[in-house]
Design a protein around this ligand. Structure first.
Ligand code: GLN
Length: 498
């Protein structure tokens, strides 16, 4: 096993930019060429304002030249999921409803990136309003998996994952309501972290299910996630659910190793019926590595995890039905010009029928039904009670172990169109990811070493107690160091030009 340290791509670029070996202008120009070459196939990035990108890069180069400290991401281009408001470009949420929506303000995450010296490089593709697990519900068409163009890149933050996997950007921002960072990270062979609920402000993040939504990071290495999360996390008084706790220096945990750490293996996940044997084998392989590194491996159980999907798919649509009521043809975006558009209620009905895609409409109907008088107690209230039990399972598990380990997804990336006709099949893909959102805890997916030899990437999911992102970084970095993991581009794509 190698313990040799290699700088991550992001860190390498940050170093070259600050030493003057590379300019942000040249970096962005190289990436734009790559976008022209690959994005028509991958459809990872929805919009990119090239002039603004170059202007910003040149401005940063100039300021650096004058001796200014630009911040931890000085000159680095970042992809941002298109449900985070930005004054630059549009904010479409992958929906016809917001096809031409220009936000008058920046989301907190975008402001933080800006203050850290990043270049907002492009807005990335997603399932419509972040509802889905394959980016196929995007009004603008599905993204493709860089490892196999016939397969999905996962979702809903599929564009952000594919952009990093294809080397179109070194890092990107996604959001995770039920797995939308971790699942596409697993499918595309990149690292992705969903932080603790409230660790990153939701100000300017277009709401899907407010009690579950959180923004997080995709990168080529665990180290890169730590750097970018450090830049976007922290208190923001504009989001009342944003946590006041100070942000630790995440990079310090990267080298601490796992000796003495207690890692819980989720048996019901490893023994679950739908688990692909190759995924199972890969995850079991990680246990050997952790044992060798001095961690103690313990079997643990989350007895209510079998109710996770049912609970999530009541709570998320309920919140969505309420959040999406604002798209009425008056406040924002699309308005039908249909025959009866002059009559208020007909105009709203037509606007919502034409502006929202099928999956979004399905969830609004589901949520409205579950919240209606007579059903509220049976569905919504019941789901909240089960959510509490799921949280208690995690509390109980974390009284015994520092971390939980399992697969991110039951299988690798599935084929485009394969599950589109059967929403239940798609919902079942979220089996291992939604628990962390229901409990509000941080979770991370990283590529499993041996999976990289398989035809498709495989993701290892680590989950930690509330606000213990440092444990995730610690264990993730230790594993990748032990297997001498190196990010590589899919064989379908050539080497990056930067
Ligand atoms: N696949 C889940 C859903 O469709 C999760 C989506 C998300 O995390 N945004 O709701």
């Amino acid at each position: 096993m190698s313990t040799e340290e290699k700088p991550s791509m992001l860190k390498g670029l940050v170093g070259k930019l600050s030493s003057g070996e590379l300019s942000s202008r040249d970096l962005c120009e190289g990436l734009l060429r790559r976008v022209h070459q690959w994005n028509p196939t991958l459809r990872a990035i929805l919009s990119i304002e090239e002039d603004r990108v170059m202007q910003r890069a040149e401005e940063l180069d100039r300021r650096r030249g004058q001796g200014e400290d630009l911040g931890v991401l000085g000159g680095i281009p970042v992809g941002v999921k298109d449900n985070l408001c930005s004054r630059v470009g549009r904010t479409t949420c992958g929906s016809r409803m917001l096809e031409n929506f220009k936000s008058p303000y920046d989301s907190h995450v975008v402001s933080r990136l800006d203050e850290s010296g990043a270049v907002l490089f492009g807005k990335t593709n997603l399932d419509e309003f972040a509802m889905g697990g394959s980016t196929e519900t995007s009004f603008f068409g599905a993204s493709r998996n860089p490892w196999d163009f016939e397969r999905t890149c996962g979702g809903s933050s599929g564009g952000s994952a594919a952009a990093v996997a294809a080397g179109l950007v070194p890092v990107s921002i996604g959001t995770d309501t039920g797995g939308s960072i971790r699942q596409p990270a697993a499918f595309c062979g990149v690292c992705g972290i969903k932080p603790t609920y409230g660790r990153v402000s939701r100000w300017g993040l277009v709401s899907y299910a407010s009690s579950l939504d959180v923004a997080g990071v995709f990168g080529q290495s665990v180290e890169d996630l730590a750097l970018v999360l450090g830049a976007i996390a922290g208190h923001d008084p504009r989001d009342s659910t944003c946590l006041p706790h100070s942000v630790p220096a995440y990079s310090e945990s990267l080298t601490q190793g796992v000796r003495g750490m207690r890692i819980g293996v989720l048996r019901e996940q490893l023994d679950s019926q739908g688990l692909d044997p190759q995924v199972r084998g890969a995850i079991l392989g990680t246990l050997d590595v952790y044992r060798e590194l001095g961690a103690e491996i313990v079997d643990v159980s989350l007895p209510h995890s079998k109710y996770c999907i049912a609970t999530y798919y009541v709570i998320a649509p309920c919140e969505a039905s309420s959040n999406l009521a604002r798209y009425d043809g008056v406040h924002y975006g699309y308005r039908s010009s249909g025959k009866e558009a002059g009559v208020l209620d007909r105009m709203m009905e037509q606007t919502r029928s034409e502006g929202f895609g099928k999956e979004v409409q399905r969830r609004i109907l589901l949520g409205t039904y579950a919240l209606s008088a007579g059903y509220y107690d049976a569905y919504y209230l019941q789901a909240l009670k089960v959510r509490r039990l799921i949280r208690q399972d995690y509390d109980e598990a974390f009284s015994k172990v520092d971390l939980l380990l399992g697969p991110t997804t039951p299988q690798g990336a599935f084929r485009l169109g394969e599950k589109l006709a059967d929403p239940i099949q798609l919902y079942l893909q979220d089996l291992f990811t939604v628990g962390a959102n229901l409990a509000g805890i941080p979770a991370m997916s990283i590529p499993v070493g041996s999976g990289m030899d398989a035809s498709l990437p495989i993701g290892l999911q680590l989950q930690a107690p509330v606000l213990r992102e440092d444990q995730l970084f610690r264990a993730g970095a230790a594993y990748h160091r032990a297997i001498a993991y190196q990010f590589r581009l899919p064989a379908t794509l050539e080497e990056p030009r930067v």
